[in-house]
Design a protein around this ligand. Structure first.
Ligand code: SF4
Ligand code: SF4
Length: 444
């Protein structure tokens, strides 16, 4: 049964919807005792997870059961924050009706980053993933809510062609909306009533870990969870467009070594060796510390140090990312012990409440819990990248002028490579295959 499920998920091109797009068929090809459904909706403002839990729970549970069957797990734990009361109620009712005895509900506290895979594993199972490790090492697979929804479709041979996206910020109507993969951001913003500002920036993802898009001609991909329209001077935007070399220079000179960043670092609290204040100290020419520098490889880039902890407005996260790139180029890896780390004794009280984080980010006014629009979004064109996942880009299977139907294969995994298939997301004609992007226009 495992091989059949894994094959169907592979054929459908499912990738992790909540992260960097790791191919799901590889992730579920494992033996574990527990599967966690990550419905934490970790980033402020992003509402598609609670929306799916509330409105599409039966389908999501079909996907969860498929993953339980594939991995042999005996526990499938659906995790969601208590503040999403309606979704939690629906989940508890579904668990009560479950006849397999495998399903459970878990109410998460409302803190950041509750949805970080390793934090979630610790919260629900009490196990701690080793440094630089993955949940599999402690017998757990963590799957995002939307990934499970997509797995359920895969079991019916329906490929991944759509994505739930939260559109919020300075837009006419904020919403959670299902859109074809490859939707152009400008088209979606227009559907959402346009922007309220003439000059604005769009953050792809959440305010903590998202990135500022260069323009609105960019496509929605399989990993686009949200689009947030903000003033270019907004706290969230400005923090993301600082010049990296300036960040490094400023950091080296103004860090006061207060250790607040380390005190609130979720990975440090799990007992991992990362201590961002030591990394900041190692930037000084006086205190070169090669071992501290290597711990940049243990950062999950959650941004808690940068957006919440640091009183000096410094970004240990950015510095970590820069150092990590340098280390990767040098071929340096973290050789962890593989043993379960010992959690910090204060871990259970050092939480960042999401509401306070939103106040600090100045995004509380956008926390409106939007629903689906009444009208369906039907774009006239899409631009589908062949690389939307971790691994090798898909190999293009179509040419300009080809007619395609929604669900047709347009990108195949290269032989023997890690990757994901790509499918047409609308009916239409291929108008361009350039720069690793397939453009399709809807036929009249
Ligand atoms: S971004 Fe900062 S708080 Fe988050 S894991 Fe990295 S060092 Fe720790
Ligand atoms: S919180 Fe800021 S100032 Fe304090 S040690 Fe960390 S980077 Fe330095």
């Amino acid at each position: 049964m495992k091989d059949q499920i894994v094959e169907k998920v592979k054929n459908a091109g499912v990738v992790g919807a909540g992260g960097a797009g790791f191919p799901t068929h590889v992730k579920i090809n494992a033996e574990v005792d527990t599967v966690l459904v990550n419905g934490a909706s970790c980033e402020p403002l992003l509402m598609s997870d609670p929306y799916i839990m509330e409105h599409e729970l039966d389908i999501m549970i079909e996907g969860l059961n498929a993953v339980l069957d594939a991995t042999g797990a005996k526990r499938g734990v659906i995790c969601i924050k208590g503040k999403h009361a309606k979704a939690l109620e629906v989940i508890k009712a579904a668990v009560a009706k479950d006849t397999t005895g495998r399903l459970e509900a878990f109410e998460l506290r409302d803190f950041y980053p509750a949805g970080d895979e390793q934090v979630l594993v610790r919260e629900v199972t009490g196990r701690t993933v080793p440094e630089a490790g993955i949940p599999l090492q402690v017998g757990v697979v963590v799957s995002n809510t939307e990934s499970l929804y997509n797995i359920a479709n895969a079991m019916k041979d329906i490929p991944l062609t759509e994505r739930y996206v939260t559109v919020t910020g300075e837009v006419g109507q904020d919403m959670v909306v299902k859109v074809p993969v490859g939707t152009i951001v400008a088209d979606l913003l227009e559907f959402a009533g346009g922007t309220k500002l003439s000059d604005y920036r769009v953050v792809d993802g959440g305010p903590m870990m998202g990135r500022v898009l260069p323009d609105t001609d960019q496509p929605v991909t399989k990993t686009t969870s949200g689009l947030i329209v903000l003033d270019p001077e907004h706290n969230v935007v400005k923090g993301k467009i600082k010049d990296p070399s300036a960040i490094k220079r400023i950091t080296g000179s103004i860090c006061c070594q207060c250790t607040h960043c380390t005190d609130l670092c979720p990975r440090n609290l799990l007992g991992h060796s990362i201590a961002p204040h030591k990394l900041m100290r190692s930037l000084s020419a006086l205190v070169a510390d090669p071992e501290a520098r290597k711990t940049a490889l243990l950062c999950c880039e959650c941004g808690a140090c940068e957006k919440f902890a640091c009183p000096m407005g410094i970004s240990p996260r950015e510095v970590n990312a820069m150092i990590r790139q340098e280390l990767m180029k040098e071929g340096i890896r973290w050789n962890g012990t593989g043993e379960e780390p010992v959690n910090h004794p204060m871990r259970d009280v050092r939480y960042i409440p999401t509401k306070r984080l939103m106040q600090r980010l100045d995004v509380l006014k956008y926390d409106t819990h939007p629903g689906m629009p009444e009208e369906t979004f039907v774009p006239e064109r899409v631009a589908i990248p062949l690389a939307q996942h971790i691994g090798a880009p898909a190999q293009c299977q179509v040419n300009v002028g080809d007619t395609v139907k929604k669900g047709d294969l347009i990108g195949e995994i290269p032989e023997g490579a890690l990757g994901a298939r790509i499918h047409a997301s609308i009916d239409g004609v291929v108008t361009s295959v350039e720069g690793g992007v397939v453009k399709i226009s809807r036929q009249a």
